[in-house]
Design a protein around this ligand. Sequence first.
Ligand code: PGA
Length: 251
Amino acid sequence: MSRRPLVAGNWKMNGLEASLGEIGALIEKLGSAGLPNADIMVCPPATLMRAAAEKLVGSDIALGAQNCHAKASGAHTGDISAEMLGDAGATAVIVGHSERRADHGETDADVRAKAEAVWRAGLMAIICIGETEAQRRAGETLDVVGRQIQGSVPETANAGNTVIAYEPVCANGTGLTPTPEDVAEVHGFIRDILSKLLVNGEADKIRILYGGSVKPDNAAELMAVSNVDGALVGGASLKAADFYGIVSTYR
Ligand code: PGA
């Protein structure tokens, strides 16, 4: 099964208007060096969404958002719906990032509801899962990841509306990455669980991204692991040169 890889940059709570220059630099780099054999996406903070969308017109880079509320509209001060993000130019929304789960107590049920909200708005959900360092040390990685998939991924997910991102929490923003063997074990396990959960052979088609301290110098090794269909990149997506270094793994 050949799956077209996706490399998505999650800017998290970083970036002011001046940072849009990095998007410009990325577009230029892709223009001069040629497009890689992968889909590319940037997920800036919501404040930059519309300006980023304008900058990306005519480019081959997609625009994603980092979170949404499960409802379409209503009395939810400070929240943003998937419909609003779509209106601002997003074609995808990250849901259930470990930082949302930890900082905002998001449960698997919340994440599932958000994924369904993303679909309702006609967008693609990037559903994040991953164990904490303590859970990994306790040998609970596969249990935790299995439970998160069962709870967060709706059974009607398909390769067109959903991407899974596996991000071990101890690798997020720390510079520490699991070994390729560890990543292979978890990604293979995720594929197996999805094949029990999803219908119509979608489990074989759905992309599973790896996330957690992906950098230009470790991207080739990580992206070569079986069942790794791209990356969700945090820190290294903030600089066009670094992000391009990762994206260009797919040549
Ligand atoms: P990182 O973040 O690449 O900075 O580790 C990845 C993520 O949390 O999405």
